[in-house]
Design a protein around this ligand. Structure first.
Ligand code: GLU
Length: 468
């Protein structure tokens, strides 16, 4: 028997914008498939019609495409197991409900919400883990018909086999074992007729021939249920791997105050997809290689055994580091497009390449480029408090000399600064900081030797005069 090719899947529920935690799962799945020359499948888990919205389905696909996570099977591209939206698969699920009912592996349950809540409360009070107490397990056919005749709408519960050890080898966490007696009979179809997540998710993984299910560890306790369900139906059980969740750098669950956390936010701020991918691929997964990599590079050494078990920490500084790497690796034209209209309106077209290359290592997001475009091309120049202070300290004689030096060397900062040094005797910070402060309004930034030619002699002269 030949082993089937690796098939991974991303199975989002379209109830909101794609969160960075989910985006990382999608990336891991895509990289693992690519690493194995396998298939990455996308399935939309939209059976909960009240919470799902078509808008989110569209945006999440756009987000995945933006992240260069192309799926080889799924919405838009099709495949042998279409349709790939669960809302279009009700007929398929019906067959399996019928099979479970026919084999006595599922039964209708008429317990009301109140009855279930009361039972949970009683069990908790007795120090027991709450699970279905089994009220409707043994209803006779007559009892079922009588309740249906009263207009009661039952849920359908899976009859969990008793006294079984459910064991599996988690791809990330190693051997796992559960006792089926700890698991109550669970709902596979809601009273309104819609299938439950446990059910559709497991059935589709089997029918779509997914081999490796990588998902968040919040699903770990669902896995024994899903394995029992698949075994009851004679369907193939995939390998499961549960990945730890992402926490903020402070150890608290990721939230708004840790910065942007949806793919939409990150995109809108101007992060590059490969910056995000280089970051997320290292969040809870270890590469020996610390270079900035493209998707092929990231996939080549992606290794499921290098996914950590501890929760990963989200760190904006790390994301920004990879963004700066992406900027360093981007070509000038791509950056010119990326900086946006506000910059293109300020920078003379013939200086665009020089401008981009001058600021390249000093920016993280387009808004930083806007700041530099204003510094270089608009007046009057605002001075930061520190710049103002340094200018005050240097005093007028310094800038009189700087003006004369500029006339001698209007395009050559090194020569100009050398001239000032000769005249006023300043050196090091005492020489360069006042010049930078007067010409840019800041104490940090790109090399002055590159800035001066972009400013041009006239603007530089005006700025030195202005501080005088
Ligand atoms: N639709 C589920 C979710 O978004 C999928 C979980 C899984 O990957 O199995 O949480």
């Amino acid at each position: 028997m030949t082993t089937p090719p690796i098939k991974t899947r991303f199975a989002p529920s379209p109830t909101g914008f794609l969160h960075l935690g989910n985006a990382r799962m999608a990336l891991f799945c895509a990289l693992w498939a690519k690493h194995n020359k396998g298939i990455f499948l996308l399935r939309i888990e939209d059976t909960d019609q009240q919470r799902s919205a078509g808008q989110y389905t569209d945006v999440l696909q756009e987000d995945l495409r933006w992240m260069e996570l192309a799926w080889q099977e799924g919405p838009g591209v099709g495949g042998p197991h279409a349709p790939y939206a669960q809302s279009e698969r009700h007929g398929i699920y019906q067959n399996y409900f019928d099979k479970l009912i026919h084999n006595g592996q599922a039964y209708p349950c008429f317990c009301s919400e109140q009855e279930l809540a009361l039972s949970r409360k009683t069990q908790l009070a007795a120090g027991q883990p709450p699970r279905y107490a089994g009220t409707c397990t043994h209803l006779t056919t007559d009892q079922v018909y009588a309740r249906l005749a009263q207009g009661l709408k039952p849920t359908l519960r899976f009859r969990v086999p008793r006294n079984e050890q459910v064991q599996f080898n988690d791809l990330v966490r190693g051997p796992q074992g559960f006792n089926s007696n700890d698991i109550g009979d669970f709902i596979v179809r809601r009273a309104d007729g819609t299938p439950a997540f446990f059910f559709t998710n497991a059935i589709d993984d089997a029918l779509m021939e997914v081999t490796d299910v990588l998902r968040g560890e919040d699903h770990l306790t669902n896995t024994p249920r899903q394995i029992m369900l698949l075994q009851a139906l004679g369907l193939r059980v995939p390998h499961y791997g549960h990945v730890s969740l992402i926490l903020g750098a402070d150890g608290a669950p990721l939230s708004k105050r840790h910065g942007s956390h949806s793919v939409q936010d990150v995109r809108n701020e101007g992060y590059f997809p490969l910056a995000l991918n280089n970051y997320l691929a290292r969040l809870g997964h270890h590469y020996d290689n610390n270079d900035f990599m493209d998707m092929n590079g990231l996939a080549a050494t992606f290794d499921i055994t290098k996914i950590g078990r501890a929760p990963a920490r989200f760190d904006l500084a790390q994301l920004n580091f990879w963004q700066q790497q992406a900027i360093i690796h981007a070509d000038t034209e791509a950056l010119w497009a990326w900086v946006g209209e506000a910059v293109r309106g300020l920078v003379p077209t013939d200086q665009r390449a020089d401008f981009i290359d001058t600021i390249r290592t000093n920016i993280t997001l387009p808004r930083d480029a806007v700041v530099w475009a204003h510094i270089l091309y608009s007046d009057p120049l605002p001075l930061s408090d520190q710049a103002y202070h340094i200018i005050q300290q240097a005093g007028p004689a310094f800038f009189e000399n700087a003006l004369q030096a500029l006339e001698q060397h209007p395009n050559d900062f090194k020569a100009m600064a050398g001239e000032v040094k000769k005249k006023v005797g300043a050196s090091g910070k005492g020489l360069f900081q006042p010049l930078r402060a007067a010409l840019t309004g800041e104490l940090d930034g790109p090399e002055m030797a590159r800035i001066l030619p972009l400013l041009g002699a006239a603007r530089a002269r005006a700025r030195l005069q202005a501080v005088l």
